[in-house]
Design a protein. Structure first.
Length: 146
């Protein structure tokens, strides 16, 4: 059996406080550590904030699914970038009110309707991070093909 195609149902991470403020070091077993902190005065701004990490998670989830779908169509991707912007609510909890994701693709053979279909499939059935916030946070996605 090919273990690379098995979806893991349980994920485990560990988070450790490293100072007397809000600086944490986190990691999944066998992976590189991630520095997580908060802005002053509660933190020292020594790492990513939790919401920055969330934007990275959503971006990589969408990016992975779009790339897999485009590659299944035998499309050649030279450059793939996602710029994410999240706007927070003013009242607590200051979670995201909306998120905008802008995909930039450099490819000689990708066409617009293929990207649109890949984004739609990612939202509807592939990206678990997007599925977790659907109905709670407005997410818009735009793209540019060069």
């Amino acid at each position: 059996m090919n273990n690379q195609n098995i979806i893991v149902n349980e994920l485990n991470v560990q988070l450790n406080l490293v100072n007397n403020k809000l600086h944490f070091i986190g990691n999944a077993i066998g992976k590189e550590q991630v520095s997580i902190d908060y802005i002053p005065p509660h933190g020292d701004n020594l790492g990513h904030t939790s919401l920055e990490l969330f934007l990275l998670s959503l971006s990589s989830c969408l990016g992975s699914s779009v790339l897999l779908l485009l590659r299944k169509m035998n499309r050649n991707i030279e450059v793939f970038t996602i710029n994410a912007k999240g706007v927070r609510k003013n009242q607590h909890p200051t979670c995201f009110e909306y998120i905008n994701l802008e995909i930039q693709i450099t490819s000689k053979d990708v066409i617009a309707n293929e990207v649109e279909k890949a984004i739609e499939l990612s939202e509807d059935s592939i990206c678990p991070v997007w599925a977790m916030i659907k109905g709670n946070v407005e997410v818009t996605v735009s793209y540019k093909i060069q």
